[in-house]
Design a protein around this ligand. Structure first.
Ligand SMILES: [Zn+2]
Ligand SMILES: [Zn+2]
Ligand SMILES: [Zn+2]
Length: 168
């Protein structure tokens, strides 16, 4: 068995609480725009608005909260409109659904297919995505004969930033 990887990837994958998040969101929207153009699909206004709402933070947000947020700004979207936009964003890899939270987070690397492992901080709600191929391989090897269809893993715990604060 290969040695267990510790710390490194995890610590880096959690965005620091005071990082320039506006830059994260701007980058994500620009990336989506670029990929949509390359794929010949339309990045409509509602798709952009929903993606922007999801990139408000690194904590997952549910469909109803997205809808409420958009409609609070004067829009009058029906839930179905938001659901369809979410389906599109998921299908294109721009967002992932975090099943245990029934909510969505933005993906920072939608240009490449990957299995996701989500580290979910139960204190601040931040979710970090690691896409570690070794984890996927280990899972596949651990389930011989089982036709794996989803390799998404959700792990709850306390992020490095919350952990540092708790004994301050
Ligand atoms: Zn950010
Ligand atoms: Zn991803
Ligand atoms: Zn945290």
């Amino acid at each position: 068995m290969p040695p267990r990887k510790t710390g490194h990837a995890k610590a880096q994958s959690f965005p620091a609480p005071n990082h320039d998040h506006a830059a994260c969101a701007t980058d994500a929207l620009a990336r989506a725009e670029r990929l949509c153009r390359a794929r010949g699909v339309r990045f409509t206004e509602i798709r952009r608005c929903v993606l922007k709402a999801i990139w408000q933070s690194h904590a997952p947000i549910g469909a109803y909260d997205i809808l409420a947020g958009l409609n609070a700004k004067g829009a009058r979207h029906a839930p179905m409109v938001v659901y369809r936009a979410l389906e599109f964003l998921q299908a294109n890899g721009f967002v992932h659904r975090v099943a245990s939270q029934n909510a969505f987070i933005g993906c920072a690397h939608p240009d490449e297919g990957h299995d996701s492992q989500f580290l979910i901080c139960r204190k601040c709600g931040t979710v970090a995505e690691i896409a570690n191929a070794a984890v996927s391989t280990a899972l596949a090897n651990a389930a011989p004969g089982f036709a794996v269809e989803s390799r998404t893993v959700e792990i709850s715990g306390v992020c490095p930033h919350c952990k540092d604060h708790s004994h301050a």
